[in-house]
Design a protein around this ligand. Structure first.
Ligand code: GLU
Length: 493
């Protein structure tokens, strides 16, 4: 089995295309086959090398490595030329000198008459001598395919079943443009044939191109591959997923903090099911189970909530060291990480990122959960109505005062046990317990009315306060200092 992914480098990698790449990759991996990457960059105006670079990076990030390529169509122009010459010599293609203006007028006339536009065939039967003369004068010419007359062109699609098209509906189409660049349908057939592609798996938007491609296989004497056109990925309103719906590219989902394995696993589930009762499966297992026959005909809706659910699963599996590495850029963007952390900085991040990741959907949400560590601000805390509500409870201020006395005298609370012992002493001193004890402690130490469990949050604060200056992290104010700042702000308020 030889399959390929053939993106046009004219923008970011859309998640729909990423799914096409994934299906091909799964087929290749599941069968010990070959996954070929081909860059379809013959549209010189719209193709950019920045886009090509971004697509390669996105594929690598997703873990969809390729076995052959990347081949670039722009570097294969001689190959298309040679195949076009062959068709010209055999009379299966011809030079066409029609101008843009002529073609446009014909198109408009057809539309006005309520007919589907189709090339008129004006240059189909020019004499050899006329063609030679006009070419030697340098008149611009395209090479057009002579569509054989009569009958249907049919193929069996692995997803859509039997597809058939009357040849009469297909006008003679362009193979090579005057500048020598091939048209998509021609380049794709030449490449798929010469690269010995056995299965063409691509988006349904190409199904109307396939009859032309089948005709070209016949004319060139190549055996056509198997085709499978997979339904497009839709937005919630059941139109193809586009900018109007929000994020569409792999890069955007990466920036939102989804893990590559989560995006891969989720994309595989759009329009396909691995069977059994488990949907969250490693990519190797997906590859083992993937079969084109099981890909549904109907389009799948992109559901970010489900993606988030899959992502939570993979964040739990990721392990602290990897999670810290993955979260660091997001923390850096928020100023919590200021430069490449040293060993103490990484060790600390591993601890606190684990604490935050339990309750978020995406890496991008982690900084918000860790804000209490790096930006303690007592005045801001007091302006929060929820914090105010806690302080208005009976005895809350006594708890804060008791906590301040307790912490002034004790070591830093770098463990859950140390925190529990300190809280116990405040409890004995103030006679407050449960919520009446822990809510005031929380607002004074974290500056927030909610957040991670105090058993984790408090040691995280005091471990942060002990980080050396070169840790690479933004400084963390310790509990003892926090409660003093809180009392001072209360006095001022
Ligand atoms: N370059 C085409 C696209 O990006 C590839 C179509 C195909 O797979 O044949 O849509």
């Amino acid at each position: 089995m030889r399959v390929r992914f053939a993106p046009s480098p004219t923008g970011h990698l859309h998640v729909g295309n990423a799914r096409t790449a994934l299906f091909n990759w799964l087929l290749a991996r599941g069968s010990g086959g070959t996954f070929i990457l081909r860059i379809e960059d013959t549209d010189r105006e719209r193709s950019t090398s920045a886009s090509e670079q971004a697509i390669l990076e996105d594929l690598e990030w997703l873990g969809l490595g390729w076995d052959e390529g990347p081949f670039r169509q722009s570097e294969r122009l001689d190959i298309y030329r040679a195949q076009a010459d062959r068709l010209l010599a055999e009379g299966r293609a011809y030079y066409c000198f029609c101008t843009e203006a002529q073609l446009k007028a014909e198109r408009e006339a057809a539309l006005a008459a309520g007919e589907a536009p189709k090339y008129s065939g004006r240059c189909r039967d020019l004499s050899r001598s006329e063609v030679a003369a006009r070419r030697s004068r340098g008149e611009p010419a395209v090479v057009r395919f002579r569509v054989p007359e009569g009958g249907d062109v049919a193929f069996l699609d692995k997803v859509r079943g039997e597809v058939s098209f009357p040849r009469a509906a297909i006008g003679d189409f362009v193979l090579l443009r005057p500048d020598g660049n091939p048209a998509y349908n021609f380049a794709v057939v030449v490449d798929d044939a010469l690269m010995r592609v056995t299965q063409v798996v691509r988006g349904e938007d190409h199904i109307s191109n396939t009859p032309r491609q089948v005709l070209l296989y016949e004319a060139l004497g190549f055996r056509p591959p198997e085709f499978a056109h997979v339904a497009l990925v839709l937005g919630p309103d059941h139109t193809p997923l586009s900018k109007r719906h929000g994020a569409t590219s792999v890069a955007e989902f990466r920036a939102r903090g989804y893990l590559p394995e989560a995006l891969v696993n989720y994309l595989a589930l759009i329009g396909w099911s691995p069977g059994g009762d488990q949907e969250v499966l490693p990519i190797e297992e997906l590859a083992r189970r993937f079969r084109l026959e099981d890909v549904g005909r109907s389009a799948g809706v992109f559901d970010e909530e489900k993606l988030a659910w899959v992502n939570r699963h993979y964040m739990r599996l990721a392990g602290a060291p990897r999670l810290a590495k993955l979260a660091a850029p997001f923390l850096r963007a928020e100023g919590m990480v200021v430069r490449e952390p040293d060993a103490s900085g990484w060790a600390y991040l591993e601890k606190v990122v684990g604490m935050a990741s339990d309750s978020v959907d995406r890496l991008a949400d982690i900084p918000r959960r860790l804000r209490f560590l790096f930006s303690y601000d007592a005045a801001r805390a007091l302006s929060d109505p929820e914090v105010q509500a806690v302080l208005n409870e009976d005895g809350a201020r006594e708890v804060v005062a008791g906590l301040a006395r307790e912490l002034a005298a004790s070591e830093r609370l770098t463990s859950r046990e140390a925190f529990r012992a300190a809280a116990d002493r405040v409890k004995r001193e103030t006679g407050r317990k449960a919520k009446a004890l822990f809510h005031p402690i929380r607002v004074a130490l974290t500056g927030e009315a909610g957040g991670p469990e105090l058993d984790h949050a408090v040691p995280a604060i005091d471990l942060g306060a002990q980080l050396p200056a070169g840790s690479g992290l933004s400084p963390v104010v310790g509990c003892r200092e926090r409660v003093q700042l809180f009392l001072e702000a209360l006095d001022r308020a």
